[in-house]
Design a protein. Structure first.
Length: 131
């Protein structure tokens, strides 16, 4: 076993934490229309497009979350859009669900991601690391 196997093993709990943020009803994201207290899922297309990639650096693994829909960046970072190219421009507030889901500190009333605990649990599965 090597660090890459441990990092890959951590990918699923990371994606689950990110999904929890997406599916949690909250007012933290300042949703621009009623109901204000809601999750950020409309049709589920954005969520379904999610992929997590692992880049193995010599010392540290780096996970990259990718959402393959054209509007993913405006939903994540916020910005102005014109629905279907018609009508007035509307502001969409930022909803950084990945950053919140895997943050080592509590943000927007979401709990911190348990990096150390998860890493210790995963690494314990591999005898070469636990000795």
């Amino acid at each position: 076993a090597d660090l890459k196997e441990v990092a890959l093993d951590m990918s699923k709990p990371m994606m689950e934490a990110v999904d929890r943020v997406m599916y949690t009803e909250t007012t933290s994201f300042n949703w621009p229309r009623d109901p204000k207290n809601r999750d950020i899922i409309d049709s589920g297309t954005l969520r379904a497009s999610a992929r997590i990639y692992l880049k193995q650096n010599p010392i540290t693994p780096v996970w990259r979350f990718v959402y393959n829909v054209p509007y993913a960046n405006v939903i994540y970072y916020g910005g102005y859009i014109q629905a279907y190219g018609q009508g007035p421009m509307i502001y969409i507030p930022a909803r950084p669900w990945v950053e919140i889901g895997v943050s080592p500190v509590s943000r927007y009333n979401f709990p911190a991601f348990p990096w150390q605990q998860l890493f210790e649990e995963k690494i314990a599965k591999y005898p070469t690391f636990s000795k």
